[in-house]
Design a protein around this ligand. Sequence first.
Ligand code: ADP
Ligand code: MG
Ligand code: ZN
Length: 639
Amino acid sequence: MNAKNLNILLWVAVTFWLVMMLNSLTAPDQIEPRSLSYSQFLQELSDGAVKEVTIQDETIKGLRTDGSRFETYNPGDPGLVGDLLNNSVTIRAKPPEQPSVFMQVVAAWLPFIVLAGIWIWFMRRNSGGGGAGGIFNFGKSRARQHAEGEVKVTLRDVAGVEEAKEEVAELVDFLRSPQKFSNLGGRIPRGVLMVGPPGTGKTLLARAIAGEAKVPFFSISGSDFVEMFVGVGASRVRDLFEQAKKSAPCIIFIDEIDAVGRKRGAGLGGGHDEREQTLNQLLVEMDGFQGNEGIIVIAATNRADVLDPALLRPGRFDRQVVVGLPDLAGRAAILEVHMRKVPIANDVDARTIARGTPGFSGADLANLVNEAALFAARAGHSDVNMEMFEKAKDKIMMGAERRSIVMSESEKKLTAYHEAGHAIVGRLVPEHDPVHKVSIIPRGRALGVTLFLPERDRYSMSKRQLESQISSLFGGRLAEEMIFGPEQVTTGASNDIERATDIARNMVTRFGLSDGMGPLAYAEDEGEVFLGRSVTQQRQVSPETAQAIDKEVRTIIDRNYQRSKRLLNENMERLHTMAGALLKYETITKEQIDDIMADRRMREPDDHTGGSTPTTGGGTGTAQDGTAPKQPPLPAGGL
Ligand code: ADP
Ligand code: MG
Ligand code: ZN
C-alpha cells in the first residue's frame, strides 16, 4: 500500500469516526421524552401517575399511566426506591452505559492516528516537489531531474568549444544507443570531468546535454552536498545514485565538484570530516556500478588542481574534457550565438569584435552583447550597431565611465602624464602588446586607463614580454615624478607597483625565468586558495633562499625601472604632446598615438566608431596550454 492509499484510508476512518461521535451525541430517542424536575417527578409519583421507571446511572426515564414518557435526573435520593415501591411502580435498572468496543479502540488510538497522518502529510509534501527543501529531507539528494523537452538549451547554443562538444556528443550518443558501442566491446567511461576557467560554458554545455539527451538527467551542485549536519552529504550521494540507478540509462551532472572533491586530509580544524565522508561515499558509488549500467557522471570544475587524486583515477573521472577560453574563431561563433537574440545593425561584424576581445570568456561575450543592447536601448536606437559594441567593450574592459567625478585641473594633468607615461613606455619596449586606447575619464576606481590589447590570442608569455610589462607599469609613476618632482608623486601608482612586483616575483619563484635562481619552483601553485593545505604542507624555503629570491626580484625590478626612466627621458617631447592631447580630448586611440610617436601632426579623433576601430591583425591560435599564466587584457594604467 503506498502512501497515497494509506492517506485516503486514514481520512475515511477519521470522517467515519466523527460521524459516529456526532450521532451518539445528538441521536434522538424514539419519542422525545419530556423533562421533569425532580420535585415534579416526586409529586407525580405520589399522585400515582407513574407506572414504570428505568434507572440508569442518574437518569430516570419513566412511563406514566396515561402512556406519556418523561425523564428526570436523580440527585442521589436514597429514599427513592422505597417511594417507588410504595406506589407500586415497576422498576427497571440498567448498568451504566459502556461505550462500544469500537469507540473504545478509536478513542485510545486517535492521537496516534492523527500524528501519523500529519507525519505522512509532511513526508509526501517534502518528497514531492523535488529539491524544494524541507525539514524532513536532509538525506535526500536534492538533485533536479529534468524531463525530456524541459530544457530548451541545445548544443547549438554552445559555440567555440568544439572539442568539448564532440566528446560530449559522443556520450549522448552512447546513452541513446548503448548496443552500438557494447557490440564492439567498447567500454564507455563512467565519469567525465569538464575543466576550464569560469564562464567558458561548462554548465551551459551540461544543460545542452540535458536538452539533447533523450534520457533522464539529474543535475546537482557540489555545494548541495555540503550541509551543516554530519553525514547528510554522504546520504545525499547515496540517494542520488539510487535514484539514478532506477532510471538508468541516465546522466548525473555534478556542477562545481570541487566543493566536495577537494583533496582529503588537508582541511584545518573541524568541518572537513563531513566533506571527506561525502567524497568517500562518492568514490564508493562510482565504483559501485559497472560501465554498462548506463549511468554517466559528468562533473564540472574550474579548479581541477585541487581535486582529490582518487577522483581522477581510472574508472572514475578518468576522462577529462578541457573547456578552454575561446580563440578568435570561437569568440566570433559565441558572439553570433548571442547576437541571434538581439536586433543587430548591418555594420556589425562578429569577427571584428572577436578580434578586439582576446581573453574574453563565453560569459564575457554574452555580457558584451547584452551591454551593447542596453546602450542601444538607452540611446533609443531600434537595433544594435558597432558603436554600441565598442562602448560596451570599453565598459567591460576598462570599467564604467564615471563622469560624475570632478577632478581638479592639477589632478587631471597628473593623470594625463601618468597614462601617457604608460603608453609611451609600452610602445617602445620590445614585444609589448600594442596600446589600444588611453583615457583620462575616470572609470571604476581608476582615474585614467591605458588599454593594451594583444594582437593575437596568447597562451604563454616570454621572459621578454614579462619584463616589458614591468617596464610599462613603471612608466606612469615615473612620468609623474619627472614632470612634477618626487614630492608631488601620488598614491595612484600603488596598483602598478603591486602588479610589477607580482610579475617579477612569479618570474623568479614560479616560471623559472630568473638568471640567478634557476628553473626551480619556489612557490606553491596558488596554494592560498586552499588555506589548509598551504599551511600544513607548504614548500619551505630556507632563509638564505628567501633572501636570494628577494634579491633576484629586486634586480628584475631595478633593471626595468631604469629602462623605463631612460625611455621617458629620451621621449620627453612626445610625453608632453601626448599628455596635452589627453587633456584636450580625454581619450585618444591607437591611430593618434601612432601619429604622436611618428612626430606627425596628430589627427583629430573622428567621433564615434572610426576613432576606435579595434586593433588589426589577429590570428587563430588553437594550441591550448592550460598552464600558461592567465593574461586577460587588463588595463595597465589606472592611476
Ligand atoms: P561556467 O563554465 O562557469 O559554468 P557557464 O556555462 O555558466 O560558465 O556560462 C555562463 C554564460 O555564458 C552562459 O549561460 C552563456 O550565456 C555564456 N557562455 C559561456 N560559454 C559559452 C559558449 N561556449 N557558447 C555560448 N555561450 C556561452
Ligand atoms: Mg558553472
Ligand atoms: Zn598607472
